[in-house]
Structures are given as structure tokens and as C-alpha cells.
Write a protein that binds this ligand. Structure first.
Ligand code: KPL
Length: 309
């Protein structure tokens, strides 16, 4: 199988490094030529809970170097999905599956506008990973990866993906209810990412303080209300307990949004708390905590270049 991981961010690098342990042909596709050359020379360095090791990797910024792929895995930031998939079209033919392992809600839909929905597989991953430098990642928390299709079907391609991921050491399963999964993961990110970024705390710290625990629970409870009204079946019996469990399991991790804020980069807030606020408005459900989190993170983004007066 020829597998192309798009985006050498934290998740992209970690996936490519793990998958390169399999017998398959693994590629990393970067939009930045210089960075691709650096990673090509150095390989990907992984440190953390799976030990410290190095993976040599095929990487390019030119899709023509790769040819047609059997599987394309999208790991770019949600606001870059459209551009990344349009650029990757040359990799995709009738036999290619496209798997999104991104945060937030909306990526399956964005990808399905560019290529046939038949080829698209959704997924969530709870791997806690930080990009410490170009092609260098700290793997801070193991977590399950779950994949599924909007039409609930389980295909041969999905079984193959599960097999390759598991063989590479990435614990992976298939679900028939991808919407429920994406919303369940959304609740985790809605509870953790914005708060951790505003307070500049590791995931684990969020459950150590009464104030953050309370706000986390309120943000998640608002999301649960929206999901319930939309008749989304959440996969956790107790989503509030699950968010706290993820904080514990990824305690040392700097969440992806805080990694972005530290680098003065745009965040995925619109695809996380923003989704709860917008869908809440449409359904007449008030989401005050998510609205505050959304507006504060947007203000941080808008004020990156400003200095204190
Ligand atoms: O998905 C994550 C993220 O950082 O975006 C969690 C699971 C919260 C791990 O940090």
C-alpha cells in the first residue's frame, strides 16, 4: 500500500514515523520545500512514552514525486483542509481512500466537496503529541485512533487501514458511528484546548484547579446539549468523566491549540468551540462558556502582533 500523510505537524510526523515501521510505502507530503528537505535529511525524531527513536522518511513537497496513492491521510490544520486536498488531487484516483485525522467538526464535509464522499473516511485520534522542532515530536500520551464512514459501512479499505495502524503500534479500531465519534472528540477538545491555551497549562494541570475543572465541565455540558438536540449519539457514557480522563492520560502534553498560540499561529478554535456556539445559535441553545472561550482565543489570535501599551 502506498500511504501519504499530508502535513508534517505533530500528528503527521508521529503517524508517518510509526507507519514507517510497517512494510508499506509511506510518504509525508509537505507544502514547504525547504522544510521537506530538512526532514528528508534528518528523518523524524520521536521521544517520549514509546522511547526515543528515529524514523527515516520519504518526504516531498511535490505530489508528482509520489504518483497515485492507495491511502491519503489528512493531518493539516482544519482551516487548511480545502487547500491541502485540492493540491493532493493528483495523488487520488478511483482506488484511493482519503482519511482525515484532524481535530474539530467539518473536515469530512470539506473533503467530500472536493472528492467523492465514497472515498472519504473520518477518524479521531487521541494521541497526545507535541512538535518540538522541525520533524521532532514528543509523544506524551498514547490514545486510541478510531475510523469510520458517514454511511456507516465497514469497507475492505478500512480493515486494511486498521491492520496497518495496529501493526505499526497505533492502537486503532473501526466504528459505524463516525458522527458520534467526531462529536465525542469535539467535546474533549472543547473542554481542554481553549482553556489550556488561555491559561498556558499542560492538559493534566486543568484538572488540578477548581476553576478550570468547573469551566471545563460547563463548556462540555453546553456541547452535550447541542449534540443531544442534534440526536448525535455520544460514544462515552459520561463525557465529563472522559474529558478528565483524557487530561490525565495526556497530562504532560501541551495541547495542539496551545502549541499554535505559542507560535503565534492561527488556531482551530472555529472548528471546535466555534462549532458548538454556531450550532447552539441555530438550535436556540445558549452556550455562554464556549462563546467566551471562542472570543478570547480569537482575540489572542488577533493580537499576536500587538505589544502591551
Ligand atoms: O486532541 C488533543 C489536542 O491537543 O488537540 C488532545 C487529545 C487534547 C491532546 O492534547
Amino acid at each position: 500500500m502506498k500511504v501519504v500523510v499530508i502535513g508534517p505537524g505533530a500528528i503527521g510526523c508521529l503517524l508517518a514515523a510509526f507507519l514507517s515501521k510497517s512494510k508499506e510505502e509511506i510518504w509525508l507530503l509537505d507544502k514547504n520545500k525547504e522544510r521537506a528537505q530538512i526532514i528528508g535529511r534528518q528523518g523524524i525524531r520521536v521521544e517520549g512514552v514509546a522511547g526515543n527513536w528515529q524514523a527515516d522518511i520519504r518526504i516531498t513537497a511535490d505530489v508528482n514525486d509520489i504518483g497515485k496513492a492507495d491511502l491519503v491521510i489528512v493531518t493539516v490544520k482544519s482551516y487548511d483542509t480545502k487547500e491541502a486536498v485540492i493540491k493532493a488531487k493528483a495523488l487520488i484516483d478511483e482506488n484511493t481512500s482519503v482519511l482525515t485525522l484532524q481535530n474539530g467538526i467539518g473536515n469530512v464535509e470539506i473533503i467530500s466537496e472536493i472528492i467523492s464522499v465514497e472515498k472519504v473516511i473520518g477518524g479521531v485520534t487521541n494521541l497526545g503529541v507535541t512538535l518540538t522542532d522541525t520533524g521532532r515530536v514528543r509523544f506524551a500520551g498514547r490514545g486510541e485512533t478510531v475510523i469510520g464512514r458517514l454511511d456507516s459501512r465497514i469497507t475492505v479499505e478500512m480493515r486494511k487501514i486498521r491492520e496497518i495502524f495496529n501493526k505499526s503500534g497505533l492502537q486503532t479500531r473501526i466504528s459505524r458511528d463516525i458522527k458520534g465519534l467526531l462529536w465525542s472528540k469535539l467535546l474533549i477538545n472543547a473542554g481542554i484546548n481553549a482553556l489550556a491555551s488561555l491559561l498556558r497549562l499542560n492538559n493534566g494541570r486543568l484538572i488540578e484547579f477548581e476553576g478550570t475543572r468547573k469551566l471545563m465541565r460547563e463548556a462540555v455540558t453546553e456541547g452535550i446539549r447541542v449534540a443531544k438536540r442534534k440526536r448525535i449519539k455520544l460514544v462515552f457514557d459520561d463525557p465529563l468523566a472522559k474529558v478528565e480522563a483524557v487530561c490525565e492520560a495526556t497530562a504532560a502534553n501541551v495541547c495542539s491549540m496551545l502549541q499554535d498560540v505559542r507560535k503565534n499561529k492561527r488556531t482551530e478554535i472555529e472548528f471546535i468551540n466555534g462549532v458548538i456556539v454556531r450550532q447552539g445559535q441555530e438550535l436556540g441553545i445558549s452556550t455562554p462558556v464556549n462563546s467566551v472561550l471562542l472570543n478570547l482565543i480569537k482575540t489572542i489570535e488577533a493580537s499576536y502582533s500587538l505589544s502591551v501599551k
